[in-house]
Design a protein around this ligand. Structure first.
Ligand SMILES: [Ca+2]
Ligand SMILES: [Ca+2]
Length: 177
């Protein structure tokens, strides 16, 4: 796995570990889902339910596929294995990416405005400056919007073990030695 991919995975693991106890457990995903849903207050209950379902499915996939020692929680080493076995993981990542991306598009026009993007990514825990750099890397249009498809693709790419120099790398800026 490339260093860039390791750094991306370290960051997302630290953020997903919402209660900061060093392990991913069901409560972390409930906490993260409620933070993200609160950040998108104008969004309909249907897409909020989809988001919660995506977080729960994400957890059950992690638990089912990656909990190698069967202790009911995911350590960092267990999590990092996910990007090395994408065939076991792509379904959950894809669902998660689509649900998060559609939460950014409450009016369903396929476009995501910067303020909502920033609100959602801040709720997940990314650094503000990095969120803006990422949004810029997605090449927003003249009205400062990106497409849902571009963001969903960016989320999936984030988990690719062999990719570097991708927009998602900006989320790690300033956070690694
Ligand atoms: Ca935790
Ligand atoms: Ca475990």
């Amino acid at each position: 796995m490339r260093t860039e991919a390791v750094n991306r995975i370290k960051l997302i693991f630290a953020l997903l570990d919402a209660d900061g106890n060093g392990y991913l457990e069901p409560d972390d995903f409930e906490l993260m889902a409620s933070r993200v849903n609160e950040a998108a207050p104008g969004t309909g209950t249907a897409s909020q339910r989809a988001m919660l379902a995506a977080f729960r499915r994400y957890w059950s996939t992690l638990a089912g596929e990656l909990d190698a020692d069967h202790d009911g929680r995911i350590s960092f080493d267990e999590y990092a294995a996910c990007v090395l076995a994408p065939e076991r993981f792509n379904g959950a990542i894809g669902d998660f990416a689509d649900a998060l991306a559609s939460l950014g598009d409450p009016d369903g026009d396929g476009l995501i405005e910067r303020p909502l993007f920033v609100a959602l990514m801040t709720a997940i825990g990314f650094q503000l400056a990095n969120i803006h750099t990422l949004f810029d890397a997605f090449e927003p249009d003249a009205s400062d919007r990106i497409t849902v498809a571009v963001w969903a693709h960016g989320i999936k790419e984030y988990y690719s073990p062999d990719k570097a120099g991708i927009p998602g790398d900006h989320l790690v800026d300033g956070l690694t030695a």
